[in-house]
Design a protein around this ligand. Structure first.
Ligand code: GRG
Length: 308
């Protein structure tokens, strides 16, 4: 790794048209998701699953999976079923997070939440349906990838989503609500698990599908952990600074729920600085991949620049 590699990569990242890239990838993901769940008997459950899955969203998780697979010489086709599955899992976590027993939110992605439209019972089942279908989808739809790699992806994603990942992070988040003495260590635990674990699984599953070496995986894992934390810091900042229209969900929820957040520890400016540092650290991990890593570099920048 030389500094000129880093410099050329940074120049290429500045020239890269991220908006166009995101638009193209979002359209491909949207088309694949549209076909992934079809409505059959009993219609209510499939309609409810489709309602949230096709409600928009940045599609950042599937795009990270596709971009990492492409970085290592894989194709979009190899990664698309896993990319869709990751969005199904993300969507189910949002449906359950919005339930009255958890965050109790009325709006998500600019629309009424799933339980507001279909009722709590169907919303819980829509989440369950999406979660289980995600794994079926990876196992049955992945093509042109050795079965051993597919198995590794299923194991990795399951772990990231269960009690060792998202579920564990959500539990500590719920237990910390309303407590005035939540430490920075606990806050980091919550977000490394609740948000970071799935983002890391997105990057690493793309890597595994493309046949990454152990060294490449380790580097990409550090990239993902850094952008995961930066993503959550910016999420906390946006909860304070953005409007409901920009967020597509109720703004100011964290303060209302007296939640510990990064701005409550550091203030807004320092939180932004910490997020920028994490993104810089993430991008440094990509130096050995040269210009092929430009989409992942630009996606890291997007995390701190986003407004919703
Ligand atoms: C996963 C089995 C299982 C259960 C769910 C409810 C729960 C357990 C976990 C909560 C996970 C959660 C809601 C984390 C927050 C992640 C986050 C920052 C979401 C916002 O992501 P964006 O901004 O949203 O990418 P869009 O709408 O653009 O996709």
């Amino acid at each position: 790794m030389t500094s000129s590699v880093g410099h050329d990569q940074e120049q290429a990242t500045r020239r890269f048209d991220l908006a166009r890239y995101l638009e193209a990838r979002q359209a491909q993901v949207e088309a694949a998701l549209e076909q992934s769940v079809t409505v059959t008997y009993p219609e209510t459950i499939y309609e409810s699953m489709r309602y949230s899955l096709l409600a928009g969203g940045k599609r950042l998780r599937p795009i990270l999976c596709l971009a990492t697979c492409e970085l290592l010489g894989g194709t979009l086709e190899m990664a698309m079923p896993t990319a869709c599955a990751l969005e199904m899992i993300h969507t189910m976590s949002l449906i359950h997070d919005d339930l009255p027993a958890m965050d109790n939110d009325d709006y998500r992605r600019g629309k009424l939440t799933n339980h507001k439209v279909y009722g709590e019972d169907i919303a819980i089942l829509a989440g369950d349906g999406l979660l289980t279908y995600a794994f079926e989808f990876i196992a049955t739809r992945t093509q042109q990838v050795p079965a051993e790699r597919v198995l590794q992806v299923i194991a990795m994603v399951s772990r990231a989503v269960g009690a060792a990942g998202l579920v564990g992070g959500q539990v500590v988040d719920l237990e910390s609500e309303g407590q005035s003495d939540v430490s920075l260590e606990t806050l980091n635990f919550i977000h490394r698990h609740k948000t970071g674990a799935l983002l890391e699984a997105c990057v690493l599953s793309g890597a595994v599908l493309a046949g990454a070496t152990d060294a490449e995986r380790q580097r990409l894992s550090r990239y993902a952990q850094n952008i995961g934390l930066a993503f959550q810091i910016i999420d906390d900042v946006l909860d304070i600074t953005a409007t409901q229209e920009e967020l597509g969900k109720t703004a100011g929820k964290d303060i209302q729920a007296q939640k510990a957040t990064y701005p409550s520890f550091w203030g807004i400016e320092e939180s932004k600085r910490q997020a920028s540092q994490l993104v810089a650290d993430a991008k440094a991990e990509l130096a050995p991949f040269g210009e092929a890593a430009v989409p992942l570099m630009a996606l890291a920048d997007y995390i701190t620049a986003r407004t919703h």
